[in-house]
Write a protein that binds this ligand. Structure first.
Ligand code: GLY
Length: 369
């Protein structure tokens, strides 16, 4: 088994060695790959929430291979991300994804002091999104002031990191406040999670739920399930609060019950039966969470499900040819096409696939903690 994943790790390094050179030549942060080229983010330039995953992937490759060219490429992309601090207004709660996985990774792996400062800068931006009434504000449009989203569970870990780094408890306190609200308002009885809940920004009272990127209101957008699953797992790892572990296990049970026989992941677990819409990003992210849950609990079922997801991707949706710069196919940004990509290669999918492989070969630097 180990040998299979070691071979995949080598193939990942080969693929990204080539395509890192293409990204550097084009001077962009890859968002997706089509027709043998990298394509940058469709919206908000380098402030788009996914920008940190490319340098994160480069750091994974650096740790896997020790090759300096991966570090150089990570830092090239990071420089572009740090420039976004200057314009600032397009950044949102996703600064966790963007900067912990890039600058935070640099600091973690190399001890780079400026990268530490840049990561702390991002944490202060996330602190600035505190509504003061129980949630972290997700997005910027004034009419969405009361929106909190399940994805934010993944960004909280930047706050936990900052409290550890500075000994200032404010960051972790906000993370716990938001996680508690998410536990109360997003996690449903059956273990599925909502994508968007709107609160009254004055009082914090729940106003309503919104459909978001899934099939419909009340459905189970699979990437949202993965964000909840990994997010609560990380919240537990950061706090040792058993309630978060219980939430993670409840969401895990729901996710595992919906893995397709071929190991791929439907875009929404409530999508119509005859619909063939896949989002392997959700499966790759869930695999990472399940591998962590297996380490935390020793439960074999988590490892078995993680391997089913990873093997499904390897067997059906890994493209090693030069037709695309990335690897994993059938990534879908939103159930209802929002122009960000459907059934294509998207870089943050490759990040989670690489993270899962790194865990399986014992080389994961664990950039989230
Ligand atoms: N954070 C947005 C998404 O998962 O597409």
């Amino acid at each position: 088994m180990q040998k299979r994943y070691e071979e995949i790790a080598c193939r990942l390094a080969d693929k990204f060695r080539r395509s890192a050179a293409v990204a550097a030549q084009d001077g962009l942060i890859p968002y997706k790959s089509e027709n043998g080229r990298w394509i940058p983010s469709p919206y908000d330039g380098n402030s788009w929430w996914t920008g940190g995953f490319w340098p994160a992937l480069m750091w994974q490759m650096y740790v896997m291979t020790g090759e300096e060219s991966f570090m150089t490429e990570a830092r090239r992309a990071q420089k572009l991300l740090v420039e976004e601090f200057r314009s600032f207004t397009m950044l949102n709660h996703d600064v966790g994804f963007m900067y912990l996985l890039s600058c935070g990774a640099d600091y973690k792996i190399t001890g780079n002091r400026q990268a530490r400062v840049d990561t702390l800068h991002a944490a202060h931006i996330l602190m600035g999104r505190n509504s003061g009434v129980g949630y972290i504000r997700a997005w910027n449009p004034p009419e969405r002031m009361g929106y909190a989203i399940i994805d934010c569970m993944m960004n909280l870990t930047l706050l936990f990191w900052s409290s550890r780094e500075t000994k200032d408890p404010r960051f972790a306190k906000l993370a716990v406040t938001h996680a508690d609200t998410t536990l109360r308002e997003f996690v449903r009885e059956d273990g599925s999670v909502s994508h968007i809940v709107e609160f009254d920004p004055q009082t914090g009272a729940r106003v309503r739920e919104h459909a978001g990127q899934g099939f419909c209101l009340g459905s189970s957008w699979s990437r949202g399930q993965a964000w909840g699953l990994y997010g609560f797992t990380l919240a537990y790892m950061n706090t040792k609060d058993e309630r978060y572990l219980q939430a993670a296990e409840k969401i895990a049970a729901y996710f595992m019950a919906h893995i397709r026989p071929d190991g791929l992941t439907d875009c929404d677990f409530c999508q119509p039966r005859d619909e063939k819409r896949i989002d392997n990003i959700a499966g790759a992210c869930a695999a990472c969470a399940l591998l962590e849950l297996h380490k935390l609990t020793g439960r074999q079922a988590y490892l078995d499900s993680a391997l089913k997801l990873v093997d499904g991707i390897i067997d059906h949706c890994a493209d090693w040819s030069e037709k695309i710069c990335g690897v994993m196919t059938h990534c879908t940004a939103s159930y209802h096409d929002d122009g960000a990509g459907r059934h294509t290669n998207i870089t943050y999918g490759d990040y989670f696939f690489a993270e899962a492989i790194a865990k399986l070969v014992g080389k994961d630097p664990m950039l989230w903690i």
